[in-house]
Ligand binder design. Structure first.
Ligand code: ADQ
Length: 454
């Protein structure tokens, strides 16, 4: 008897080939962090696009070095089609619109056509490996049309879809010229998962407004097709991360940072340099704190790690310039000999260094304007040492806010809200820090990436 297979689908595969060593190297980003934390005890296939046929062949061959259950299936796509489907339609239309940043949306009909074509290409490749008893798990907004394309040709295939970004309010969603086509593609799934209740609610309102389909909160009956809906906040490999953060290598690195980073209260920021993450709001809030609470000058520092992303796109270049300028302004205004308030790294950091920074920092500051979930908040909480834990300061606009109830919440649009939260974190007695962190860790220990995947 043929075994039921699990087939994951995401835009890119979770690995690439290092140009330096030629070895398999893990990709970055929240989706990879979560999915690589899922432990499965049976073979699973993973399909994703690759523009270089040589790399595709190597990826396929080297995959089982990492995980013997993993069957990587790179789908070769031509560069021009990929740029139009991914850089243009996915990143210049869907990403900004779903993050309430309509001013960045650039809709062009030819990019939409590429999006349809890329979805069709992926559907063809899935159907080459799938049989009717298999389960396909589709990830994210790059593949809204795949459920219908798969079900049309293989009706009994089980199709799940998980959205990693917010589903916006129906009033925002209706701005999308292809709003009905997107919904028509999606509703053929057997199950659609969201990080947060409000995203699911927004989706069902759009379903009624755009398609005339009524639904209960968790189900819609569309002819003879049942669409199940659910809220499943994503998590990470908590135990694995905890173990790594307590390892000798990370402990040694943490000691290095304790000696190298002179600060009585170190606030850490770790974000991709994307407009949804609110980096400029973070810096304004930090500046407000230095103005409003003079006693923190010389005491509190911000270390911001910003991962370069889409560096050639004008909106991202403008954001980088604004962030560079704000860092300069704050340091110029409040710096003293021996005290540089903001340290800013425009680069990625390796995992051990990231964990050591989490351990060294007295607080993490997340100021997303919109964020599907935000795994940095989760990783920071999981990696804390309960003997002297830090404080999570979290935007109420991140999906993680629903899960991490013992954080200090801020409205990132309100500079005073950031300033006051930072000051409270600085003043917070150890007992309160410990009890808040204990409760965060307890919630997270009950919710691993594997549970999420199940
Ligand atoms: P992202 O927008 O990528 O993910 P996030 O959830 O914060 O955002 O995950 C970022 C990941 O990248 C984390 O695992 C972090 O460790 C890693 N990372 C960040 N900065 C780094 C650095 N400087 N160096 C190395 N690694 C770094 C999308 C959605 C999120 C959602 C995830 C998962 O936008 O809202 O939480 O998918 O669903």
């Amino acid at each position: 008897m043929t075994k039921t297979k699990r087939i994951f689908v995401s835009n890119r595969l979770p690995f690439n080939i290092s140009t330096k060593t030629g070895d398999l190297q893990r990709g970055s980003g929240g989706l990879v962090s979560a999915l690589m934390g899922v432990h499965l005890d049976q073979p699973f296939y993973w399909l994703g696009f690759e523009t270089d046929p040589g790399v595709a062949a190597e990826l396929k061959q080297k995959a089982q070095q990492v995980d013997k259950q993993l069957r990587l299936q790179p789908v070769v796509i031509n560069k021009k089609l990929y740029d139009s489907y991914y850089d243009k339609f996915s990143n210049d239309v869907l990403w900004p619109l779903f993050h309430y940043e309509s001013q960045h949306v650039l809709f062009r009909r030819e990019d939409w056509n590429s999006y349809v074509e890329a979805n069709r290409l992926m559907a063809d490749e899935i159907l080459k490996v799938a049989i009717e008893t298999d389960t396909v798990w589709i990830h994210d907004f790059h593949f809204f049309l795949l459920p219908a394309m798969l079900k049309e040709r293989m009706p009994k295939l089980q199709v799940g879809f998980f959205l990693h970004i917010p589903f916006p309010s129906s009033e925002i969603f209706r701005q999308l010229p292809v709003r009905q086509e997107i919904l028509a593609g999606l509703i053929k799934a057997d199950l659609i998962g969201f990080h947060e209740h409000s995203y699911l609610r927004h989706f069902t309102v759009s379903l009624t407004a755009q398609m005339g389909i009524d639904s209960s909160f968790l189900r819609a009956q569309i002819g003879d097709h049942t669409l199940n809906l659910g809220v499943y906040p994503i998590s990470i490999d908590n135990e694995g991360l905890k173990e790594k953060s307590e390892s000798a290598a990370v402990t040694a690195r943490t000691h290095d940072y304790e000696n190298e980073i002179k600060s009585n209260f170190l606030v850490l920021g770790v974000d991709r340099l994307d407009y949804s993450k609110g980096l400029e709001l973070k810096l304004r809030g930090f500046r407000r704190m230095l103005k409003k609470y003079p006693d923190v000058r010389g005491e509190i520092n911000l270390l911001q790690v910003a991962v370069p992303t889409r560096t050639k796109v004008p909106a991202y270049m403008r954001l980088k310039k604004e962030v560079d300028q704000l860092v300069g302004t704050i340091n110029g205004e409040f710096g003293q000999p021996g005290y540089v308030p903001v340290q800013y790294i425009f680069n990625s950091v390796v995992e051990n260094d990231l964990l050591a920074l989490y351990r060294r920092a007295d607080s993490i500051l997340i100021t997303s304007k919109r964020d599907g979930m935000n795994l940095v908040a989760v990783e920071y909480a999981v990696s804390q040492n309960l003997e002297n834990p830090g404080v999570v300061i979290l935007s109420e606009f991140a999906g993680a806010a629903s899960l991490l109830g013992d954080s200090l919440f801020i409205n990132p649009w309100d500079e005073d809200s950031i300033a006051d939260a930072l000051y409270s974190a600085y003043k917070m007695p150890k007992e309160e820090r410990t009890s808040r962190m204990q409760s965060l860790q307890e919630i997270l220990s009950r919710y691993s990436a594997t549970e999420w995947a199940k």
